[in-house]
Design a protein. Structure first.
Length: 202
């Protein structure tokens, strides 16, 4: 676990990303004020998802729990959630039963998030997060009410929506996740390539 201000320094300033950055900062202010937010950031590899998130986190003093999906582990249940519980204040780390109910596990995650205080939970490369973890996380995201939590899912969209494996892994292709993104507490940002050509290098 890190704190936002202690994250790696931002080396690039994206001139064409001011609006997206302002939205993320506003989402954090809202979450810190007791209105949890769920933000999806979709974009191709190298588009600037990580740089945008790092720019926002540079102004966050609260703890940041940051985990990354790994393609070689996407078919193994609970890999992402086990990493979250190892880093989340108040959570109880430990091996999870592969057959455990996502709703049961999600309820435990909800309770841990509700007692953690101000927090940013970031799932990077979420298109490779295992399905069980994402279902439990989805369960929890729906049940945060007055909790100062900002959940960010950063992912690339798979190229073939028709294949079942993509529909079950990528949050961007999951109807329940889209419902959350479109809901009162959610938001989705789709990053285009127009900003990639406008970087100011420090």
């Amino acid at each position: 676990m890190t704190h936002g201000s202690a994250s790696r320094p931002v080396k690039n300033v994206f001139v064409a990303r001011e609006n997206e950055l302002a939205v993320l900062r506003a989402a954090w202010q809202s979450a810190a004020g007791g209105s949890p937010r769920v933000i999806a950031i979709e974009g191709d590899p190298g588009i600037g998802k990580t740089a945008l998130i790092d720019a926002m986190l540079a102004g966050v003093e609260a703890p940041v729990v940051r985990v990354t999906g790994v393609s070689s582990e996407s078919k193994y249940p609970w890999r992402v959630l086990e990493e979250i519980t190892r880093r989340l204040p108040g959570a109880q780390p430990g091996g999870m039963d592969p057959a455990a109910s996502p709703s049961f596990v999600g309820q435990g995650l909800t309770e841990a998030l509700q007692t953690a205080g101000e927090l940013v939970l970031l799932i990077d490369d979420a298109q490779w997060a295992d399905r069980a973890s994402m279902v439990a996380l989805q369960y929890s995201a729906r049940r945060l009410r007055d909790d100062p939590v900002l959940l960010i899912l950063a992912y690339r969209r798979h190229g073939d929506d028709s294949q079942l494996e993509y529909q079950t892994v990528s949050p961007g292709l999951s109807k329940p996740w889209r419902q959350i993104f479109d809901g009162e507490q959610g938001m989705q940002q789709v990053l285009g390539r127009e900003a990639v050509e406008h970087q100011v290098h420090s």
